[in-house]
Design a protein around this ligand. Structure first.
Ligand code: ATP
Ligand code: MG
Length: 459
């Protein structure tokens, strides 16, 4: 077996090692730090490279050919070496002597130890030099072996300094499958309110990583137990402990956590699983026979999902896709004896692209019910078969499949561009979904003229 130093050194790719060596050759101490050291020790490929150095940003920019001043006032310069971006940051401390030229609280210091002490968790507070020497003054390696996420120093103080660390801690647990060290966990519960001061987009970004991680269920359970979830997603609280009906052995919250675990790690799918039943507590009714129902929870849930994800600053495309999946998550559920036109209308409503994710959500929903066997019900399987046959044919299912377009409608009706044209096109599609044979230019132009006469009646 190779000596440990050599083994670690070999895991650092050439461009990154080159930056370390150049800094040292110019007389500046330089180390890999943070997540990449943690990853190297675990034998995982790092997502990004961070170097801490005694060199000031101006010196770093002078030393390398290609640099980007990504965060100068925080001491960060990105060095591009053989196409690989490497973040080089001057040793920092958040306490002690203040340099009046720097933002409040940021001080550049000549020493690695203080830089490591300001980091969030021990497993993120190790450094590795160009020779493969590990610097681990805070016991990160032991915690890595014990699979523990432990705050550096006094956890309460560390969370007070920066509330985002609460979510970073949960994210590490979810990504690595580790446990929270007991005192760090207690401090998290006590300091949950600090999240109220964190920018929503930063909370959203951590939530995105937690749900897409290898152990999302672990992360979600932790978020709930510590009270963190209540601070940014209180809507889910009402499902905790809420018993459902004969279709489910789990409470709404337990079912939600399992559903997230059962869908593939795609952002929209995982968020849709997280929110698919968010409205159940708010739509619960009990029938005369004592049975519990959640009528319309997918309708209200779609609105709530949109509200929640917009609040957490997810991008429009993600919000729209999750909203659609939540809205339609019951669509493949029951398959009573539908007429062919009804299946076509359902397909048009769902959209071809959403069938696969909806099916994945349906399977997860089922697996997470605790009462059902197999990936889908017979009814769903039959419905899917019918959908496949329709898709294999040339039925028009969307406006773009129609034999006429908006220009044609304007030409034959004399209508100006505007919402009336859109309404007519949608009505043409409705007619074609009902009767596919109508999808011919002549038929649709005649129909458009008649519909335009209707439109005249409107203001
Ligand atoms: P990954 O790269 O996998 O996202 P990471 O641990 O490298 O994980 P980064 O956000 O890249 O996370 O941060 C790099 C390092 O900077 C961390 O490992 C940690 O040492 C330090 N760090 C980042 N954010 C904070 C914070 N809010 N408080 C204290 N230290 C932090
Ligand atoms: Mg990193």
């Amino acid at each position: 077996m190779l000596p440990a130093k050599l083994r670690l050194r070999r895991r650092v790719p050439r461009p990154t090692a080159g930056v370390l060596v150049s800094l040292e050759a110019a007389g500046h101490p330089a180390y890999l730090v943070g997540g990449c050291v943690r990853d190297i020790l675990q034998g995982r490929p790092p997502l990004d490279w961070d170097i801490a150095t005694g060199a000031l940003p101006e010196q770093v920019m002078h030393l390398f050919e290609r640099t980007v001043p990504t965060g100068l006032k925080y001491g960060t310069v990105t060095v591009i070496q053989s196409g690989v971006p490497i973040q080089v940051t001057t040793f920092r401390s958040e306490t002690g002597y203040q340099d009046h030229r720097r933002p409040e609280g940021v001080t550049f210091i000549p020493d690695l130890q203080a830089d490591l002490s300001r980091r969030d968790f021990t497993i993120n507070a190790m450094a590795l030099d160009a020779r493969g020497c590990l610097y681990d003054p805070l016991g990160g390696r032991d915690d890595l072996r014990r699979r523990l996420v432990r705050a550096v120093g006094d956890p309460r103080r560390r969370f007070d300094e920066d509330g985002l660390r609460l979510l970073r801690g949960v994210r590490l647990v979810a990504e690595l499958g580790f446990e929270l060290e007991a005192e760090t966990g207690r401090a998290m519960g006590e300091k949950a309110h600090l999240l109220d001061h964190i920018a929503p987009e930063r909370i959203g970004a951590e939530l995105a990583r937690i749900v897409q991680s290898a152990h999302p269920g672990k992360g979600l359970v932790l978020l709930e137990r510590t009270g963190l979830l209540d601070r940014f997603l209180p809507e889910l609280r009402a499902g905790v402990g809420l018993i459902q009906n004969e279709h489910h052995v789990f409470t709404v919250w337990e079912h939600t956590v399992l559903a997230v675990e059962h869908v593939p790690p795609d952002l929209t799918l995982r968020l849709a699983a997280l929110l698919h039943d968010v409205a159940k507590p708010y739509t619960l009714t009990v029938g005369d026979d004592g049975r519990r129902h959640f009528f319309g929870h997918e309708l209200l849930g779609a609105d709530m999902a949109e509200e929640i994800l917009t609040r957490l600053r997810f991008g429009r495309p993600v919000v729209d896709r999750v909203r659609h999946l939540v809205r339609q998550h019951m669509a493949l559920h029951h398959a009573p004896d539908m007429k062919e036109a009804a299946v076509r209308r359902l397909l048009a409503r769902i959209g071809q692209d959403a069938i696969k994710p909806l099916l994945q959500l349906r399977q997860a929903d089922r697996l997470a019910s605790g009462t059902k066997q197999g990936p889908v019900s017979e009814g769903t399987a039959r419905l899917l078969g019918r959908m496949e046959r329709i898709l294999a044919g040339d039925s028009a299912l969307a406006l773009r499949d129609l034999a006429v377009d908006g220009h044609d409608v304007q030409r034959v009706t004399g209508l100006p561009p505007g919402p009336a044209v859109g309404r007519i096109l949608r009505r043409l599609l409705d007619a074609v979904l009902e009767e596919p044979a109508l999808n011919r230019r002549q038929c649709l132009e005649d129909l458009a003229r008649r519909l335009a006469a209707d439109e005249d009646g409107r203001v």
